[in-house]
Unconditional design. Structure first.
Length: 128
């Protein structure tokens, strides 16, 4: 089905972004979001990259790394989802936040969309 949602866009900070670029993984508390075929990453007010999921598993604090756990979700208890990616793919066009005023037009939490919409989008609202 061409219109099936296969991408989850997640908002991540600089710390998580740097880990992602170095180690090709992203972790989060189990049950807090769906794992789809692709992840796209919103950081610094824009989406510049996405990645195809290679595999995922339940992980402990030690498997995600104690520093990562303490920084990203110190109040959450294991198990966590640890998602490994094939490689990061740079989008042809950067997807920018919408100019909708304070507290609107950007990614808070997650957005579920299609790869087709992700590849064509110019702003966050185009992902809907």
């Amino acid at each position: 089905m061409a219109d099936e949602r296969d991408v989850v866009v997640v908002s991540i900070d600089d710390y998580s972004w740097n880990i992602l670029k170095k180690k090709n993984f992203f972790a989060f508390p189990k049950g807090s979001r769906k794992i789809l075929k692709y992840f796209a990453f919103y950081t610094g007010g824009k989406i510049t990259h996405y990645a195809k999921v290679k595999s995922f598993k339940e992980a402990s604090k030690g498997e995600v790394g104690f520093g990562y756990w303490l920084y990203c979700f110190p109040d959450a208890n294991p198990p966590f989802h640890l998602v490994l990616f094939e490689r990061m793919i740079k989008l042809k066009n950067t997807i920018k936040k919408d100019n909708l005023g304070r507290g609107r037009g950007h990614v808070q939490g997650r957005i579920y969309t299609t790869l087709n919409k992700l590849l064509k989008a110019k702003t966050i609202k185009d992902l809907a």
